[in-house]
Structures are given as C-alpha cells and as structure tokens.
Ligand binder design. Structure first.
Ligand SMILES: [Zn+2]
Length: 244
C-alpha cells in the first residue's frame, strides 16, 4: 500500500512540454494533471513566459490542447503583453547592479569574460557566450553577496556557515537553522540597495529565524533603506527573470 502515495504525487508533478501551433506561432505549453482540480486551468506564468495548462484527471491531453487552441486570442494577447526577454548575446543590455552594461562579443580576444567600464566583454565562440556570461554573473553575484554577508554578520555579532546561489523563482534568499544562506544569482541584476537589503534580511535571520518585530529591528539596524528595497522588489522583481 505504501507505494500508492509516491506514485500519485509523482503524477501530480509530472509536466509535459507540448508545442501548439497558434496562427503560425509555435507556443510551448506545459501540461500537467491535477487530482484536485475539477476544471481545466489555463494561465501564463509571468516568470518564465510559459503557458501552463492544468487538466483534471478525466480530461485527456488532446482535449486540453484543443481548449488552448480555442483560447488562441487570449493566449497570444497574454504572451505579447509580457516584457521582452533579453538573451545573453552581443549588444544585449544587462543591468549589472542596476546599471546597464552592454555585452560585447570579442571573438579574437584572449581571456574569458571581463568588464571595461559599462561593457561586459566576452571572448571565444558565439555559441559559448550565453553560458560564459551566465557563469560570470554568478561569480560576480557570489563575490558581492559574500562580502555583504560578512559585513552584516560581523555588525550584529553572528556568523553564517555557507552561501549558495540558486535560480529560484519563488524567493530571493533563504536562511536555514544551521546558518546556510542562499540567494538568487539574479540579485546581481538589481540596484545595489536591493542587493544590500536581501543580504541584510537573510543575515538577520541568523539571529531571528522568523519575521517578528525583533527581526525587523535587526534588519533596520543594518539596512536602513529596506522599505525602498522591498517596494522595488515588489514592483520590479519579476523583471529580473527576463535575462538570459
Ligand atoms: Zn525572511
């Protein structure tokens, strides 16, 4: 009997990517089945620009995809209303710590990735450029975040065990009971006061692992600009997922 649960929960999560042709455009639809939902649900995930179709168990995939085609106008309107994605490529603008930097492909230059004023130079073949920029941004993010975490932790007399970087869509940072801090690498694309705040927030959790008044007082102590940063994240946080 104990086999039943894992199988059921796996089928809930299993998502299949299907491509639907809508007026000559190839639209990727993530299809999943939910045991709980009674109606077909169609929505656009603003964070990754993907159409998500959730089907009740008794509805077939073919039927679900027919539903998507019937809603063609709505689907295209939703997709077209999203801010454009910014792939890492020659000429693209990337807001490093909130300041626009241009990516410059330097196929003949030596080295890997380096910064010249407001430009990010990338050597090597074009096909490696997106990965190289991504790796470099993660390294920059780690450096900036660790420096701030060190600084804030020593100010409130605490320490952390390690810092890791993720690409989580649901949260900008987290802190565990054993002092493990983790952050979204995309914070390197936010203005500096936002980066400061998220690091201060997680460092304050090293002492207060809750959102009590005491916690917020600690945050206030090391990061006075936290109100502005919080409203920036609320308004613009989603846009950081457009890059790369
Ligand atoms: Zn928190």
């Amino acid at each position: 009997m104990h086999r039943l649960r894992p199988v059921a929960s796996r089928s809930l999560k299993q998502t299949q990517q299907e491509t639907v042709d809508i007026r000559g455009r190839k639209i990727v639809v993530a299809v999943s089945v939910s045991h709980r939902c009674r109606n077909i649900s169609l929505r656009l995930d603003e964070k990754n620009g993907q159409v998500q179709l959730v089907l009740p168990r008794f509805v077939s995939k073919a039927e679900g995809l027919r539903f998507v085609r019937e809603k063609a106008r709505w689907v295209l309107r939703q997709i077209d209303s999203l801010p454009p994605r910014v792939p890492f490529e020659d000429g693209a603008l990337v807001p490093l710590m909130g300041r626009d930097h241009v990516i410059r492909h330097r196929p003949d230059a030596r080295g890997v990735v380096w910064r010249v004023a407001d430009e990010i130079h990338v050597a090597g073949q074009a096909e490696h450029l997106p990965r190289r920029v991504g790796d470099w941004l993660r390294r920059e993010a780690r450096q900036e975040i660790v420096a701030r975490a060190d600084h804030y932790a020593s100010r409130i007399g605490t320490r952390f065990s390690q810092v890791s970087l993720r690409d989580t869509r649901s949260r900008w940072g987290s802190c565990t009971e054993d002092g493990h801090l983790s952050f979204s690498w995309r914070l390197i694309l936010a203005p500096e006061f936002v980066l400061d705040y998220v690091v201060a927030h997680e460092v304050a959790h090293l002492i207060e692992l809750n959102h009590s008044l005491r916690f917020w007082k600690l945050v206030e102590l090391i990061c006075t600009d936290n109100g502005r940063a919080r409203s920036w994240l609320k308004q613009n946080g989603l846009s950081l997922h457009r890059f790369g």
